[in-house]
Write a protein that binds this ligand. Structure first.
Ligand code: AMP
Length: 306
């Protein structure tokens, strides 16, 4: 089982300065699995209600995504999130969160799901993240997690327990500050790494990504798009590109981690061009490779002359 992801599959209502949609497919595990499936096989563990139609589920079809772990609960409703952005697209304002089917979700993993090579605990209640981690038969090669301000606010202790058990944390800069109460990001990163993880990847929206390990710091810009339409899902898509690439490689060197950061950034740059997963649906691996090369050009500079 290459990559196992647990997280939300959702309906979102979104408002950005450029448009509005009352109901579209979203969810942390949805963006993650579609992005990761460009590189490797993904198995999804999540739950939806019977309002999630076959047409909605078609987002996972024709890709390397095993949906046998996607449960459908009759008579219940799918997770719902409503979010809004002002002109600063780095800040999402939550208008409403309805856990619905996730409120009592306790998945029983199958044998193959208990043997993940890479496990991604996408944004969802920390107790559910821990439960899926503890059902693994042996320690996966990589265990990574994402979360959000809501869980730092209301489930801090449970979240800190998960932080202590993972190798890699992928969160945004406001969450680093909120969790550590530290204004300086590098200091904040050090205090998160002190809990146990080897790598912290800090998502900084339009300013790119900062990766901090015990020995190194790597910074990548975001792709300079002229038309950013809707930032929803950028973080989960980033994580999908990042871990999907790593999942397809045998080594976890600094070199591979840096490539993975760029692949994550490339995938995320597509997501924000349209609402929901509309842009991700259109692209091919060739588009991904082309934009990866654009990133190389964007960030290349020569050594100075003495
Ligand atoms: P992001 O990549 O951070 O923009 O994540 C956006 C996705 O997160 C949306 O599609 C939402 O459905 C999902 N989401 C929002 N709030 C939560 C939550 N509390 N738990 C799980 N997923 C959420």
């Amino acid at each position: 089982m290459p990559i196992l992801v647990v997280g939300s599959v959702a309906f979102d209502a979104l408002q950005t300065p450029f448009g509005k949609v009352d109901r579209c497919i979203g969810g942390s595990a949805t963006y993650f699995s579609v992005a990761a499936s460009f590189f490797t096989e993904v198995a999804l563990v999540a739950v939806v209600g019977d309002d999630f139609s076959e047409a909605d589920a078609s987002i996972f079809e024709g890709r390397n995504i095993d949906v046998s772990g996607l449960q459908r609960i009759p008579g219940e409703k799918t997770f719902f999130w409503s979010g809004e952005y002002g002109y600063d697209l780095n800040v999402a304002k939550t208008r409403d969160t309805q856990l619905n089917v996730f409120a009592n979700f306790k998945p029983e993993l199958s044998d193959s799901q208990r043997n993940a090579d890479v496990l991604f605990l996408a944004n969802i209640q920390p107790e559910l993240q821990l439960d899926v981690l503890h059902q693994q038969e042996k320690r996966p090669r990589i265990v990574a997690l994402d979360t959000m301000n809501l869980w730092i606010d209301i489930k801090r202790d449970a979240l800190e327990r998960v932080f202590r058990e993972v190798d890699l944390i992928i969160i945004n800069e406001a969450e680093v500050r909120q969790f550590t109460k530290e204004a300086n990001l590098i200091k904040g990163a050090r205090s998160i790494l002190a809990l146990g993880p080897q790598t912290l990847v800090i998502k900084r929206g339009e300013y790119g990504v900062l990766m901090v390990t015990k020995d190194a710091v790597f910074a990548a810009p975001a792709y300079p798009l002229e038309n950013v339409f809707d930032p929803t899902g950028a973080g989960d898509t980033f994580a999908g590109g990042f871990l999907g690439y790593l999942g397809s490689r045998s080594e976890l060197t600094d070199r591979e981690l840096r490539r993975a950061i760029i692949f994550g950034s490339v995938l995320a740059s597509f997501t924000v061009e349209k609402f929901s997963l509309d842009r991700l649906r259109e692209i091919t691996l060739r588009d991904v490779y082309e934009r990866y090369q654009d990133f190389r050009t964007l960030t290349h500079f020569d050594d100075h002359e003495a």
